[in-house]
Design a binder for this molecule. Structure first.
Ligand SMILES: *Cc1c(COP(=O)(O)O)cnc(C)c1O
Length: 362
């Protein structure tokens, strides 16, 4: 039978290697890893590699992905990493062992639901250290809430505090920022009169502190997605050596549906493209171009496709088509040929969410 395109190939052995590497690096600093599966839409084969590679928790922002992982038989504790919606509280208690929280009202609702379901639900309370997404800005209020949970909510166990950086506000997890988080934790511990089990110091960007060997001692939990799935960001944006990790876990293959010589500047009166924008087109004369049977609906942003073969330039895309300049390609491209791309994090999120895309494990 012919293979179906577009096709996203996922190398499970390489993925498992990446999980194990990150678990090992973090482990040497006394840090547990929550393996974040949302970047690959929680595909169970992907979640299974996080499990086999040694992640302590399976984590996602989305309950349906956690449910799939549980149904696939994964026994690891499940962590919900988006602040729960009040409308999903009963599902949170049913599916997740632990969740990240920043609203007392929600934690109270979790407590009530946990009582009904006869469960003890764990929470990590989030501090906003400047990234301006989730978490308490007022750290005294945060300490008050922690004390309230500790003393008043019988079916909730406060297991730690955490933060998220580098997502909305592009804040870097510096040693100072992470030390501040530890200080907040120690202040809360002094009010509770006991130690917290976890201080969760962020996501992939916090791996930089592990690689530099300067992560504050008490940080003992990181929630890692990109740094395992692709291991590309720390290399591309910060120059870290990731050569002991595989950056080819995900690979997109798309089929050429047309090859023609065409002008590089549109002909006629320029108005707007399919998305209501007016791009600027550089006139480079007649050029050889290939058209692919894959488009923005499948992967989002064409500039995040990284061609593997020589002499290939992604010019742009519409919903269902990608336009490639092959003028300088040594290969004679023709209809039916398959073009391969490395991908970025957001591309994987789209590709794994799209039912037009054939997902294949290699
Ligand atoms: C998505 C997410 C992560 C994982 O982020 P990566 O940069 O992919 O490692 C960790 N924590 C929270 C709260 C998240 O939403």
């Amino acid at each position: 039978m012919k293979e179906r395109y577009p096709r996203l190939e996922i190398n499970l052995a390489h993925l498992k290697h990446n999980v194990a590497k990150v678990v090992e690096k973090c482990g040497s600093c006394g840090i547990q890893v929550a393996g974040v599966i949302k970047g690959a839409t929680g595909i169970v084969e992907v979640a299974e590699q996080f499990d086999k590679g040694g992640a302590a928790f399976i984590a996602s922002s989305r309950l349906e992905q956690i449910e799939d992982a549980k149904n696939a038989g994964i026994q690891k504790p499940m962590m919900l990493i988006r602040i729960p919606m009040l409308s999903e509280v009963s599902q949170v208690i049913r599916l997740a062992d632990i969740s990240l929280n920043s609203e007392l009202e929600v934690v109270k609702a979790l407590n009530e639901e946990a009582r009904k379901q006869g469960k003890l639900h764990k929470v990590i309370i989030m501090a906003d250290m400047g990234d301006l997404r989730e978490g308490f800005w007022d750290k005294e209020e945060m300490a008050d809430v922690c004390e309230y949970i500790e003393n008043q909510l019988k079916n909730i166990r406060l297991v730690g505090i955490g933060t998220n950086v580098g997502c909305y506000g592009s804040i870097s997890p510096t040693v100072e920022t992470l030390n501040e988080l530890v200080e907040i934790a120690e202040h809360i511990e002094s009010r509770l009169g006991r130690k917290l089990e976890y201080i969760s110091g962020g996501a992939t960007s916090s791996l930089m502190r592990v690689l530099d060997g300067n992560i504050p001692k008490r940080i003992n939990l990181l929630r890692i997605g990109e740094g395992i799935l692709l291991a590309r960001d720390l290399d591309v944006f910060y120059g870290y050596d990731m050569s002991d990790m595989y950056q080819d876990v995900f690979r997109l293959k798309a089929e050429v549906i047309e090859v023609k010589n065409k002008p590089s500047h549109p002909v006629g009166t320029i108005a707007v493209d399919a998305f209501g924008h007016t791009p600027v087109y550089v006139d480079r004369g007649m050029r050889k171009r290939a058209l692919l049977g894959v488009g923005k609906v499948d992967y989002g942003d064409p500039s995040e496709l990284l061609p593997l073969e020589e002499g290939i330039e992604v010019l742009g895309a519409s919903s269902d088509h990608t336009i490639i300049d092959i003028e300088n390609a040594p290969k004679e491209w023709k209809a039916g040929d398959i073009m391969e791309f490395d991908v970025c994090y957001a591309t994987i999120v789209y590709l794994t969410n799209c039912r037009n895309v054939n997902i294949a494990f290699v």
